[in-house]
Design a protein around this ligand. Structure first.
Ligand SMILES: Nc1nc2c(ncn2[C@@H]2O[C@H](COP(=O)(O)OP(=O)(O)OP(=O)(O)O)[C@@H](O)[C@H]2O)c(=O)[nH]1
Ligand SMILES: [Mg+2]
Length: 189
């Protein structure tokens, strides 16, 4: 039987440098965090993962300032089926995060499924997903479908590595699938 192309989804990972985007992509691909510290992503990387029989092409965009200024992620955001916005929950200042987020939102349709990952929940100073949702995200994202997940992509202590990472991407895959089904049904009418 011919493979249905509607089971392939393009998912973009955005967020400032060092929040853990590449660590998350690595964990999803391998089932464990990178054995050594990884370098900041230059431009972007692509990882393919399979969730519930659907292929997700994860486009992991380097979060350094120069890459935001270069705007080369624009084409990916415009054609994305889903958006993952990653934050380091232990940071004190989220100004640059807000800049990335506003820029992404200005490019995408409000009905694109989206998750926000409040990563590094293992760190003592980490703000909770609920706190970040209420104080930082709710207002900015009021016109969007989204859900916030607290995760630990790589725990230096080893115990919590991968916590909630797969759960978050399962949720996103389900949302993208539901949206595509609705579009497909409308096309049949
Ligand atoms: N404590 C802790 N450290 C983490 C976690 N996730 C990632 N890290 C660490 O954070 C650092 C940066 O991770 P990366 O995955 O390279 O971050 P990035 O968002 O891809 O950064 P850019 O490529 O520069 O945009 C690495 O040293 C990771 O080991 C986590 O959940 N907890
Ligand atoms: Mg990276």
């Amino acid at each position: 039987m011919q493979k249905k192309t509607d089971e392939i989804y393009s998912v973009i990972l955005l967020g400032t440098s060092g929040v853990g985007k590449s660590t998350i992509a690595f964990y999803l691909e391998h089932g464990y965090p990178p054995p050594r510290s990884i370098r900041p992503t230059i431009a972007f990387g692509i990882t393919h993962i399979v969730i519930n029989g659907a292929v997700l092409s994860l486009i992991d965009v380097g979060g350094q300032r120069k890459f935001l200024d270069m705007r080369f992620h624009e084409r990916f955001v415009r054609s994305a089926d889903g958006l993952v916005f990653v934050m380091d929950s232990s940071r004190k200042d989220f100004k640059v995060d807000e800049e990335w987020l506003h820029h992404a939102l200005s490019l995408m349709s409000p009905d694109i499924p989206m998750i926000v990952i409040a990563n590094k929940q293992d760190l003592p100073s980490a703000l909770s997903p609920d706190f970040l949702e209420e104080h930082l995200l709710r207002d900015t994202l009021k016109n969007h479908f989204y859900k916030v997940f607290g995760t630990v992509a790589a725990d230096p202590g080893g115990v919590r590595s991968g916590e909630n990472v797969e759960l978050a991407f399962h949720y996103l895959a389900t949302e993208m699938n539901s949206k595509r089904k609705i579009i497909y049904q409308k096309e049949q009418i």
